[in-house]
Write a protein that binds this ligand. Structure first.
Ligand SMILES: [Zn+2]
Length: 104
C-alpha cells in the first residue's frame, strides 16, 4: 500500500484538521510493550526468581518454529505515525493489513 508523506487529519491537541507528517511507526518490541507480563525477565527479577547464572531451564524453549506458527501470515498490520505540523504532537493510526508499505 502506498501512503502520502503528508496527510490532513484531525489533531486532538489543536482540536481541528491540520497538516500531518506521515512516517511508519515501529513497534517497541515485547519487552517494552509488556514489561511485567508473566514469564518476563523483569517480572521474575522483581519477584526474586531470576537469580544465579544461566536460565536453569526456565527461559529456553527450543527454536521459535517449533512452538509458534512462523510464516503463517503473509501480511503485517500497517501503523502510521502522524506528527502534527503545528503543535508537533503525534498519534498512531492503524491502516489494516498490507503486504508492503511505501511512503510516496
Ligand atoms: Zn496539532
Amino acid at each position: 500500500m502506498k501512503f502520502k508523506k503528508t496527510m490532513k487529519t484531525y489533531c486532538r491537541k489543536c482540536k481541528s484538521h491540520k497538516e500531518h507528517k506521515v512516517s511508519i511507526a515501529k513497534s517497541g518490541g515485547r519487552n517494552k510493550t509488556h514489561p511485567l507480563s508473566r514469564g518476563s525477565r523483569r517480572r521474575m527479577r522483581l519477584r526474586g526468581l531470576d537469580r544465579g547464572s544461566g536460565n536453569k531451564g526456565r527461559i529456553s524453549r527450543g527454536a521459535v518454529s517449533s512452538w509458534k506458527r512462523t510464516g503463517a501470515k503473509l501480511s503485517k498490520k500497517a501503523d502510521l505515525k502522524l506528527t502534527c505540523n503545528t503543535c508537533q504532537s503525534s498519534q498512531i493510526k492503524n491502516m489494516g493489513r498490507t503486504k508492503k508499505m511505501e511512503l510516496v
